[in-house]
Design a protein around this ligand. Structure first.
Ligand SMILES: [Fe+2]
Length: 204
């Protein structure tokens, strides 16, 4: 039984932020501010933890919280070491392929490990690890949808125009291809929108 059915509607929520347990708060703060451009909105101590609140959007007090307390040794992912043992990936949407290329250069300048550019057809991505091994993804949606998962390496030695053209051809040759906007319209019909009580407006 779907949760939406039991109450007749879905809860009034949207995904907002996440917290990372970290070993070296200062080192992680440096990476997320200097390389990813986050602003420290607050910091302090609570529950025995040092906390740093980070945001890139004034609408959100924090998008990421860094909290001390991560154990020295965590087991790795048993299927694929690129991905985290608990949090598989933390993903940041970028504005354009050129932005993604710039981000890649910045990450390589910092010297992140496990740097892996990938072409999903529906998105161009760079996966890499933050200083404590959390798997980050930076991505740009393309204009083309086909069923996922799909991944081939993304070759940044090619020009943006060449990457665009080859990805368009690749995507349009796949079974189940459709323009991304039409997929979004189709999937929206399967998502139950929140409906506020009579006389109230949705706040999320
Ligand atoms: Fe992803």
């Amino acid at each position: 039984m779907a949760v939406a059915d039991s109450a007749g509607k879905v809860p009034n929520l949207k995904f907002s932020h996440m917290g990372l347990s970290v070993k070296d708060v200062a080192r992680m703060e440096e990476f997320y501010t200097a390389v990813l451009g986050f602003t420290v909105t607050d910091r302090g101590e609570a529950g025995g933890m040092a906390l740093v609140f980070l945001s890139r959007d004034p609408a959100d007090h924090h998008q990421i919280v860094l909290a001390s307390g991560r154990p020295d040794e965590l087991p790795g992912n048993t299927a694929n070491p690129q991905f985290g043992p608990s949090i598989n990936q933390i993903s940041f949407q970028m504005g354009s392929l050129a932005d993604l290329r710039d981000m890649g250069a910045k990450l390589q300048e910092f010297g992140t490990s496990n740097f892996f550019p990938a072409n999903h057809g529906i998105a161009w991505s760079i996966y890499t690890h933050d200083p404590e091994g959390n798997n980050l993804e930076f991505f740009v949606d393309t204009e083309w949808y086909f069923p996922q998962p799909f991944l081939v390496p993304l070759d940044f030695s090619q020009s943006d125009d060449d990457i665009y053209a080859l990805t368009e051809a690749l995507s349009k040759s796949q079974d189940g291809y459709e323009p991304y906007p039409s997929w979004r319209q189709r999937i929206a019909a399967r998502m139950t929108p929140y409906s506020p009580p009579a006389g109230q407006v949705a706040s999320c």
